[in-house]
Write a protein that binds this ligand. Structure first.
Ligand SMILES: Cc1ncc(COP(=O)(O)O)c(C=O)c1O
Length: 410
């Protein structure tokens, strides 16, 4: 096929004139393809899917029936712009009740069409060409991608077990600190499962003040916190002076596909985000915002979601340990992050987590997500499909039997 006349016109940020010609396959696409192949090659073998990163349940019936009512109300039909007061007020109540964080609903909260979109827009607020965003790795890359779109530079901060999966802020070179404008944090962390401590947030706030850096704390997994009560960055004194926290309805409320979240914290930053957002979208459907408000007012929803994934993570950790993995109960998130095997007894050796992951899916129909950014790790998700606890246990037993047979070496 010959190139279209506009082949030379593609912007460098998507690959320039080479757009669409690369042969590199990205990680998640590689996993999808391997999964399809495993199913086709071994239809007799149950696929044990620890690779899925999204909730396996629908939103609760109460939220869906509220949505059914709201969808028929004519006043909900139009552009939502920067959001309806009912949602922002529910957010403020939720933040106060769950984290003891006081917010002015009118000025310190703005909804977003899922937290992904807010993370994509926040670099537009701060990044000029040459500016630096500090991003922890492994992690959710969206703010980094958009930093680069604006001509900015991403400086990565590895999350390593020797630092307890916190970034080494003191180790950031002086010239990088000087040019850095954003520090993107994510606690509970995906994929490492680490939860933040108050002391870490205090240190991060002091670092931001000293170096004139804005903190964006991604709290997408916050309602999946298992070590005590969930901790909001904004509950730490001084946080509101240096940044914002981005929240999501996806994980903690089983509302992945509904596309709803919010940004809260520093009023000036929330306003700037709202200004950028106003130029990108016209807000989430008001019926969804109102159903979301009802969900936020019902603390039994995130409590039930947390109970389920905590139980599943514990089972997963115990199973992996019995198969030789060094697996730790995550402090939060629905992921177990475990060092990747270096090989198989009497079988292949693996240089990377990606190689181990490809072997597990191709040869044993066990799907995981590999991370090689800061050591070789496999992410096992507790969001596999198993409608009952008996089916959960059966799946764990099948995984254990298969993994023990493989005999992974570490
Ligand atoms: C760490 C983290 N942040 C943000 C998101 C985006 O979530 P959503 O756009 O569904 O709110 C995800 C989704 O996987 C995530 O894992």
């Amino acid at each position: 096929m010959s190139d279209p006349y506009f082949q030379q016109l593609f912007a460098e940020r998507v690959g320039g004139p080479n757009y669409g010609k690369g042969t590199a396959i990205y990680k998640f696409e590689k996993i999808k393809r391997a999964k399809r192949k495993a199913l086709a090659d071994h239809p007799e073998r149950q696929l044990i899917d620890f690779g899925i990163g999204e909730n396996d349940e629908m939103a609760p019936a109460s939220v869906r029936s509220r949505m059914a009512e709201e969808i028929n109300r004519p006043e909900n039909r139009g552009y939502a712009d920067n959001g309806v007061a009912a949602y922002k007020e529910a957010v403020a109540r939720f933040m106060q009740r769950n984290f003891d964080v006081k917010l002015d609903a009118a000025t310190e909260v703005n909804h977003c069409i899922g937290s992904k979109t807010a993370l994509a827009m926040l670099p537009a607020v701060f990044i000029n060409p040459g500016d630096i965003t500090l991003m922890t790795v492994p992690g959710y890359p969206v703010a980094g991608t958009h930093t680069r779109y604006y001509g900015g530079i991403v400086h990565t901060l590895p999350l390593l077990p020797e630092n307890d999966f916190f970034p080494d802020l003191d180790g950031i070179p002086a010239d990088i600190r000087q040019r850095a404008k954003l520090l993107v944090l994510n606690y509970p962390n995906s994929p490492t499962g680490r939860v933040a401590t108050r002391a870490f947030y205090e240190r991060a706030i002091a670092f931001a003040r000293e170096n004139h850096i804005v903190i964006v704390q991604d709290a997408a997994h916050i309602m999946l916190s298992y070590e005590g009560a969930p901790l909001s960055f904004l509950s730490v004194p001084g946080a509101k002076d240096v940044g914002v926290e981005v929240h999501s309805m996806s994980k903690g409320f089983h509302m992945i596909g509904w596309r709803l979240g919010w940004v809260c914290g520093n009023e000036r930053i929330v306003q700037a985000l709202a200004d950028v957002k106003d130029n990108c979208d016209s807000g989430q459907f008001i019926a969804i915002q109102k159903a979301g408000a009802a969900a936020l007012d019902d603390d039994s929803i995130p409590r039930a979601v947390r109970t389920k994934y905590e139980r599943r993570c514990r089972k997963l950790v115990d199973t992996l340990k019995r198969c030789g993995f060094t697996a730790r109960m995550p402090g939060g998130s629905y992921f177990v992050y475990a060092a990747s095997p270096k090989g198989i007894a009497g079988g292949p050796k693996f240089e990377t987590a990606e190689a181990a992951s490809q072997y597990l899916i191709a040869e044993h129909s066990i799907c995981t997500v590999p991370w090689d950014d800061a050591g070789a790790y496999l992410r096992f998700s507790a969001t596999y499909e198993a409608p009952t606890e008996a089916e959960e246990d059966a799946l764990m037993a099948a995984a254990e039997e298969r993994l023990k047979r493989i005999q992974p070496l570490f």
